[in-house]
Ligand binder design. Structure first.
Ligand code: NAD
Length: 400
């Protein structure tokens, strides 16, 4: 099922039937059984997927997820989000995603590298032709992207590589940089508040969440709650962020970190200005949406709010900046990396961050304008903007 409520969208903008037909289902999907002999008595098998949801605007772009429970449906859902995200950010990429259903925490570094190499061998045609361009997502990192590059030696076949291997300085932090920029825009333009007067709660302390915490802390905001899969920490006066980073670096997670412990459910119900769910899908549901006390939500993760929860949050007048805008910093930086790989240009970190912030500011202003003009939620406003861009693209391509 599509993430997009086309019936709702058609109330606000014209979407020809042919466009809807092309945008509501994936162009192409690959499923394979990744199998690898890890030891004389151990055969690893993992269901694996690549989804090309729509490539009208360019190569299918989207991360490689490694997680035990990941399914084709989840990969498809994430690929569809990329179609709307890249259109909203006006980047010449389509939307895709890939996934390997395996728990990376159960693999040694050596085994993970072997799995990634097998993944590359299976889809080497697609990667080699640049029709699908992966990047890190949950369970994968820069090193994995370096392994993909190493198998093909095509600099633009993958983004999110370490800077020494053709990666982009600042790509690692780009998604979190973008989410925190959106939080700041929201505070400034909607709440008329400086970061130093604001409180935030961040769920997830991985590649995205930890950087959101760091950027917001550096901006002077009070980060009062953080969490990872092991649970959370809370301090109404603001957590000691450098100490948390130090702890997570030494211990690999926030488990056992000193301070007042809270559950993930308590974090989601924190009384804060902005709640940033930056962990995984389906965290704010019909069950816990009535408990949310944040004034605003900024979705760092993909799909953290279910459709039912969204209705409740709208009724309760808690605006949510959707994932397709809030976490687009990663794909914006990926575009810069991809372009740099083709041209050989050199980019520094500050240029990466300013490109991310500039693109997101434009999309944010557009969201505010459309939400006001058409009297709709932030989520619908972002979808209207992306839909209009996608319809125009499909016409340019003579696909409709
Ligand atoms: P990650 O694997 O680096 O980190 C995930 C974090 O969430 C970890 O701290 C983990 O402990 C925590 N977590 C996992 N399940 C949880 C649960 N049930 N409850 C609470 N915490 C939980 O992943 P990431 O790259 O930071 O991605 C996080 C989200 O952001 C995903 O939805 C991903 O698709 C999205 N995203 C990532 C990027 C990127 O550049 N990495 C870009 C755009 C969107």
């Amino acid at each position: 099922m599509s993430n997009i409520d086309f019936e709702l969208l058609r109330r606000y903008t014209e979407i020809p039937l042919a466009a809807e037909q092309l945008l509501c289902k994936p162009e192409r999907e690959i499923s394979f059984n990744l199998s690898l002999k890890l030891a004389p008595d151990r055969l690893l098998q993992a269901d694996s997927y690549v989804v090309f949801f729509n490539t009208a605007r360019g190569p299918a772009k989207g991360g490689l997820r490694m997680a035990r429970e990941v399914s084709l449906e989840e990969t498809r859902d994430l690929a569809e989000r990329m179609v709307w995200k890249t259109a909203l950010a006006r980047i010449p990429f389509g939307g895709g995603k890939s996934a390997i259903a395996i728990d990376p925490a159960k693999l040694s570094r050596f085994q993970k590298t072997a799995v990634i190499k097998e993944y590359v061998h299976t889809i080497s045609l697609e990667l080699g032709h640049g029709t699908y361009v992966p990047a890190p997502d949950m369970g994968t990192d820069e090193t994995d992207m370096a392994v993909i590059f190493g198998e093909l030696h095509i600099p633009e076949c993958v983004t999110g590589k370490p800077p020494r291997v053709g990666g982009l300085p600042g790509r690692r932090e780009a998604t979190g940089c973008g989410v925190s920029h959106v939080v700041r825009l929201l505070l400034q333009e909607v709440q008329n508040k400086a970061p130093v007067d604001a409180t935030v709660a961040v769920q997830g302390f991985g590649k995205v969440g930890s950087q959101v915490v760091l950027f917001l802390h550096q901006a002077g905001a009070h980060v009062v709650a953080v969490s990872d899969v092991t649970g959370g920490l809370y301090d109404p006066n603001g957590l000691d962020v450098p100490a948390l980073f130090d702890y997570a670096r030494r211990n690999g997670s926030l488990e056992g970190a000193p301070g007042r412990r809270i559950s993930n459910q308590e974090l989601l119900a924190s009384d804060v200005d902005v709640l940033c769910p930056c962990a995984c899908e389906n965290q704010i549901t019909e069950d816990n949406a009535p408990e949310v006390r944040a004034k605003f939500i900024v979705e760092g993760a993909n799909g953290p709010t279910t459709a039912g929860a969204d209705v409740i949050l709208n009724q309760r007048n808690i605006p949510a900046v959707p994932d397709i805008l809030a976490n687009a910093g990663g794909v914006i930086a990926s575009y810069v990396e991809w372009r740099k790989a083709k041209s050989g240009a050199i980019t520094d970190k500050s240029e990466t961050f300013s490109t991310v912030r500039n693109r997101l500011s434009i999309a944010f202003e557009d969201m505010l304008r459309l939400a006001e003009q058409r009297n709709c939620s932030f989520r619908t406003a972002c979808q209207i903007s992306a839909a209009e861009e996608l319809v125009a693209t499909l016409r340019d391509r003579e696909w409709i």
